[in-house]
Design a protein around this ligand. Structure first.
Ligand code: CTP
Length: 423
């Protein structure tokens, strides 16, 4: 067994490790070494949990994909223009269960490449290149390291741009002066890594930001929203937003995106109700946007291509937030009438930002009232002689409201009320 100089095998599940070795050994036989790159190396050196196993081949990854199928079986899909391939070592039916659990039954093979940008924020033009080219095209030194995987080279670190030193010093540093202009998503990424690892933006990197701000505007809706979503997927997104505000980055996205002190205080003050919230990203968007008017939300949705669900969550949060005073005065049945069917992550967001009666009404709705139903059903009413039709719904609602507002407290009480309503 070759020496694992950095101890990286600790970070790779055994089944994936053996696949990666198969790939790397075959690839090295063609004179094309294979490397794990980017986030894997960064997080392994930091001793953090790893999600990504990005593999770069110094050579043609599509050829390698075909050779893997010849030697080890399985199948390969090829994306010719970018010379990338995906190897599925086995497509036995029992493996589909493994895939659905997120286990490793395929490996993406990426050819090392160089990238150039025709204009600011353009998608890059890609050409095959060396590992050194591939590392140079990346965003930050800490993301521009690779470890080799074949034979005796297993675990050798390639770090031509000083990533390891920056990791030790806790610095996020771009690789060249045009980095943020080429790809303004890096403004968001820089802030995300700095806050995630409690690093600093290296001073000359930070000094490049003001001049790059104007290019944020050139990013497509999808790329912009993706960056903001990535921030909201982080466990601790608040310091990231704070830093984006301080650097003036958020303010470049869209004038309707709120940056005022009241919003910032609300975002800072909110704790995610982890046990209750289904989609933390929507919850965090809702906290941020609930102070906006519907037309501002629509404008943002257009600029950032919100999904239909995100638009629904943001719109619901904004309308309920605007009505907190009246929600505070509603009886339980009134709350159910008003809130029924609205996205719950949005309601959780508004409830944690509300106070007094409004907060407790929202919480009671989410925890209890929304699922309170009478014993009777349409069937019961039919048996009692009420024909199917709108009246059934009206009576059932009256019964539900009676339970909600404490007018009835027992099955017997419900029955009496039902008889009265049917008369
Ligand atoms: N990368 C880049 N510029 C970008 C996006 C990505 O240079 N705008 C490079 C970086 O080397 C990065 C790698 O592509 O490490 C993979 O990108 P991604 O999966 O977005 O990031 P990770 O490094 O895996 O980090 P995270 O933990 O945030 O997913």
């Amino acid at each position: 067994m070759p020496p694992d100089r950095l101890g990286i095998s600790r970070f790779i599940p055994t089944s994936r490790l053996s696949l990666l070795r198969q790939v790397a050994d075959l690839s090295a036989g063609f004179g094309s070494p294979a490397y794990l790159v980017g986030g894997f190396v960064r997080d392994a050196l930091l001793g953090k949990p790893i999600n990504d196993f990005d593999l770069v081949i110094e050579g043609d990854a599509t050829k390698l994909g075909r050779a893997l199928v010849q030697k080890h079986g399985g199948r390969v899909t090829v994306h010719a223009p970018f010379k990338t391939a995906t190897w599925f070592p086995s497509h036995r039916p029992e493996r589909s269960e493994a895939r659905s659990k997120g286990e490793d039954d395929f490996i993406d093979l990426i050819s090392a490449r160089s990238e150039t940008y025709e204009h600011p924020a353009a998608l890059p033009t890609v050409k095959l290149g060396s590992l050194a080219d591939d590392l140079r095209r990346r965003d930050f030194t800490i993301n521009a390291m690779a470890v080799r995987l074949d034979g005796d080279h297993f675990g050798e670190l390639a770090d031509p741009l000083g990533g390891r030193i920056d990791l030790e010093r806790g610095l996020v540093r771009v690789l060249h002066l045009n980095s943020f202009v080429d790809d303004p998503t890096r403004l968001f990424r820089a802030v995300r890594y700095a806050a995630r690892y409690d690093f600093q933006l290296e001073s000359s990197t930070e000094a490049l930001i003001p001049a790059a701000l104007k290019y944020v505007d050139k990013l497509s809706p999808e790329r912009l929203r993706h960056e903001l979503d990535l921030i909201f997927e982080e466990e601790d997104s608040v310091p990231m937003l704070e830093k984006l505000w301080t650097l003036g980055i958020i303010q470049q996205v869209h004038p309707a995106l709120p940056s005022d002190e009241a919003t910032r205080a609300r975002v800072r003050g909110v704790v995610l109700v982890l046990t209750a919230v289904e989609n933390p990203v929507h919850f965090r968007w809702a906290v941020w946007l609930m102070g906006l008017m519907p037309k501002e939300i629509r404008a943002l949705s257009k600029r950032l291509h919100f999904s239909a669900e995100l638009l629904r969550a943001a719109s619901a949060a904004s309308s309920v937030f605007a009505e907190l005073k009246s929600i505070a005065k509603l009886r339980p049945s009134g709350c159910v009438r008003r809130l029924n069917g609205l996205p719950e992550d949005a309601l959780w967001a508004v409830s944690v930002c509300a106070e007094g009666e409004a907060r407790s009404n929202l919480e009671m709705y989410l925890k209890k009232w929304k699922s309170m139903k009478p014993y009777a059903t349409g069937e019961t009413l039919f048996e009692m002689g009420v024909p199917f039709g709108p009246r059934v719904g009206e009576i059932l609602w009256r019964l539900r409201a009676a339970w909600l507002d404490g007018e009835v407290t027992s099955e017997e009480g419900e029955r009496k009320l039902m008889e009265k309503l049917i008369e």
